[in-house]
Write a protein that binds this ligand. Structure first.
Ligand code: PBG
Length: 327
């Protein structure tokens, strides 16, 4: 055969395949989402997320130590309060569950980088991501509470805040509040492109944050839309976001690429609870090879343009990188 160009030439050995690899990854890019709950001396496995747990603040250390041992140095905290009310007051309480978790971890594990999810839905009795006016979430009233929540996290030791509520103008509101209090150097990772997605189902069970009526479609994005995603990303860039997130990950990698190409900010993508649960369920049935599936999902996110990957599989992926399965 008269073939001059033979792509297979560069695939002929493991050494060569690794030499010409286009996507390089590092455990420093991984963030692990972790659930902390009120109470004492409890670790509960989450039914909808086998292998994931809720920890009371006094039992967090065991997970933080496992993460550090695996080479994962970034954690994003989600709080599950005992008491919920109409205005989500535990979200910004000085002795709230996330605030206590931050103080403890910042003091005991200074090498762990602490990020917090900033939202109201885990703290409101109605499960919506803001305060209500009738059956609607009141955007502008919610902004004050989000800013207050972000500030209280930073005062307790958060090194980065990640608002996930999808209210309009929240990045500007949080930036202004942090700056006014002297925290000009705390970055904001915006869940800028966040879709109203069935992929969050297992998380809502984990956090007890399903809305008690209606859904989140009046604030989270319609998954049919692409140009609107670029608009959301641009707005948050203008408002002062430092990192832009696209969420979920697996079914939205087209937008990871587009947002990456459009901005010069680092891009994060969140492989959400539904992605994890699907892989776990299929693996438990022996239908797929879990390690290889997770490796491919992570690599695809980075190949699409993500700089940061938020995943319940962070420890495992760090190991795949160390073992050279991916990297
Ligand atoms: C809070 C929040 C959610 C997730 C991250 N932050 C739930 C939601 O928006 O309903 C989902 C994370 C996951 O599914 O793993 N607003």
């Amino acid at each position: 055969m008269d073939l001059t160009v033979r792509p297979r030439r560069l695939r002929s050995s493991e050494a060569l395949r690794k030499m010409v690899r286009e996507t390089r990854m590092d455990a420093a890019s991984l963030i692990y989402p972790m659930f902390v709950m009120d109470g004492e001396n409890k670790v509960e496995e989450i039914d909808s997320l086998p292998g994931q747990f809720r920890y009371t603040v006094d039992r967090m250390d065991e997970e933080i130590e496992r993460l550090l041992a695996a080479g994962v140095q970034n954690v994003m905290l989600f709080g599950i309060p005992e008491i919920k009310d109409e205005v989500g007051s535990q979200a910004y309480a000085e002795d709230g569950v996330v605030q206590r978790a931050l103080r403890r971890t910042a003091e005991k594990y200074p090498e762990m980088y602490l990020i917090t999810d900033v939202c109201m839905c885990e703290y409101t009795s109605h499960g919506h991501c803001g305060v209500l006016c009738g059956h609607d979430v009141d955007n502008d009233k919610t902004l004050d509470l989000l800013a207050k929540t972000a500030l209280s996290h930073v005062q307790a030791g958060a090194q980065m805040v990640a608002p996930s509520d999808m209210m309009d103008g929240r990045i500007a509101a949080i930036r202004e509040c942090l700056d006014a209090n002297g925290y000009t150097n705390i970055p904001i990772m915006s869940y800028a492109v966040k879709f109203a997605s069935a992929f969050y189902g297992p998380f809502r069970e984990a956090a007890g944050s399903a809305p008690s009526f209606g859904d989140r479609k009046s604030y989270q994005m319609d998954f049919h839309n692409r140009r609107e995603a670029l608009k959301e990303a641009m707005l948050d860039v203008e408002e002062g976001a430092d990192i832009i997130m696209v969420k979920p990950a697996m079914s939205y990698l087209d937008l990871v690429r587009e947002v990456h190409d459009m901005t010069d900010l680092p891009i994060a993508t969140y492989s959400v609870s539904g992605e994890y649960a699907m892989v776990k369920a299929a693996a438990a049935n022996g239908w797929i090879d879990e390690d290889r599936i997770v490796s491919e999902m992570a690599t695809a996110a980075f190949r699409a343009g993500a700089d940061i990957y938020i995943t319940y599989y962070a420890k495992e992926i760090a190991k795949y990188m160390k073992d050279g399965i991916i990297g």
